[in-house]
Design a protein around this ligand. Sequence first.
Ligand code: ZN
Length: 411
Amino acid sequence: MSDSQSIAFLGRWEGFQVGAVQRRERSPDRPREEVWIELIEVKGEAMRCSGCGRPLDRVYDIEQRWVRDLPLLDAETWLRLPRRRVDCPKCGPKVEHLPWLAPYSRVTRRLADSVARLCRDVPIRQVAAYFHLDWKTVKRIDKEHLQERLGPVDLAGVTVLLMDEFAIRKGHRYATTIVDPYTKRVLWVGRGRSRESLRPFFALLGREGRRAIRAVVMDMNGAYEEEVRAQCPQAEVIYDLFHVVAKYSREVIVRVRGDEANRLRSVKAACQMIKSSHWLLLRNKENISRPQDRVRLRELLAANRALFTVYVLKDELKHLWDFRYPKAALRFWKHWYGWAVRSRIEPLRRFAHRLKPYLPGIIAHCRWRLHTSLLEGINNTIKVIKRRAYGFHDDDYFFLKIRAAFPGIGR
Ligand SMILES: [Zn+2]
């Protein structure tokens, strides 16, 4: 086997044989070693149209092209090849189909595949630096791969939906994610958080699909409820634990802590203790691992009755989502509500009164075995993706990355 035959054997550029091969050493205007491989088309082989796939033998024109391939050892690898356009009776002049090179692409399929594989776990800029490619090229490759891999979503068999909003840019733009909580698959991501913004999803779901929806989990403050009631009147609306507890932290714990710090501002040590405890009070008890923090929390709660009450009632409120029987949940709620309204802690009483009308939607979760931690997980993942993929100001790409991160169990 000659040298060029060996290289052709290793490179497997179907339809081409290898001509001249050169190695270019590093120089002031060439920051890396390069290997240039000239490819020459194998004459007499049938060409195919990249538009419709039909075999053709008429060349429309030929253009010489430089294409990047995976590196050969330490060298950046460039292919120089004639890119033929065929004269297709159906599509007109079209570039010839090659299995290893997408039409109009400047990188081979295997290089694109490697880029896309790395983009699953690594930020774009690092991938670009690793392959010495422009970040725009890397983003385009990853986006095309995601579009191809995810395709149009299959909504067959979906009966329960989980809806949530997230900020694309805080205070400016929002988006909505819709998830199948049973398979943990992100079904859809769209701009906005209004009633109207959900309509493209329901259109996609179709009439049969809308009828098949039996329950929808959401935040009680969202605009989603009205739209869900209009689109799927048979579906039960469920309020999830994650949002109710977040609301409790905002409206009760933060305020009581502020009130108490205010009240005790003449007692310096007590005031300081409360002020520095903000994060301890808002965190889940299970997540406080350092022993000294646990002691601090215990001391704080022992010293302050109001904080102790709202803290304990937060933990108790979470239990409401543990019940499997609506009657038991209702009995528990009555206890909780009694404690809250008798507490004489104004923010707590206000919260309890406001929550009461939403009770049916909280009790409803008993009939649906749902993991409420899912929402928190999705929210955290979205933040990570935003840090990595955002700054590129491409919502569609950002949304594709979210869908790719939650492909569903067993897929
Ligand atoms: Zn064609």
